[in-house]
Design a binder for this molecule. Sequence first.
Ligand code: CIR
Length: 264
Amino acid sequence: MSARSYTFTHAVTRKPSATVVQGLRAVDTGAPDLAVFEQHHAAYVEALKSTGAEVITLEPLEAFPDSVFVEDAALCLQECAIAMRPGTPSRLGEAVVMAETLAGIYGEVLAIEGPGFIDGGDILTTEREILVGTSARTDAAGVEELRKLVSRFGYSVRELQTPKGVLHFKTDCSLLDEETILSTRRLADSGCFEGYRVLLVAEGEEPCANSIRFNDLVVMPDGFPKTEELLRGQGYKVCKIGNTEAAKLDGGMSCLSLRFSPHR
Ligand code: CIR
């Protein structure tokens, strides 16, 4: 049987909207260039498609500047899709819109109702468990509500802490295979990946910790040659995608898609 944590038949993405220039950012390094963002996004979609997956690309949502980062709006598992409750006011409505899209695929969509908050970017689903980092966007009540929803399907949820000053848990780590996690040193040093094989991103290349394993590919941002070499040396098939524009809004490879294989 193939690994459910990185074998996917489907992905959902959303094109960046013109309002993406107003997207949230921790540090202002200038607005993203929409045309370049669109090119990067198209290359990303093509990479996912090249693995044989069906990629649904939704039209831009002008009312939500950060809606290109679809990952935060939902968690998709084989058994169910769950609309998240994003922990920043300007993004709450994205989950409602995404729930409608996912209902068309899964039939029914569960939802985090609150009072807690949880962003998809704080959730790393591995073969054996679901890791959730509390952060400025995700709180303990959100994690507890998720735990209750997924326990009926046999998933165990482990609450961890996203490092201070880091937007999301997955800003600093990615799943590479059943037993391997790519991580920054600052996150791995917390001991949260005990029992996993951990590959550390090269010093100075921390932003590429946000990569994704999607079927046979490891999709990583362009411009991190030492980590790329490490991954290739370990036998992974690497695909590089430009990420300069999403990075201005603290976004990366995981943020740009929801990845799943629905069991209908
Ligand atoms: C935000 O601050 O919400 C967006 N500018 C970036 C979201 C990145 N998403 C992710 O890490 N999953």
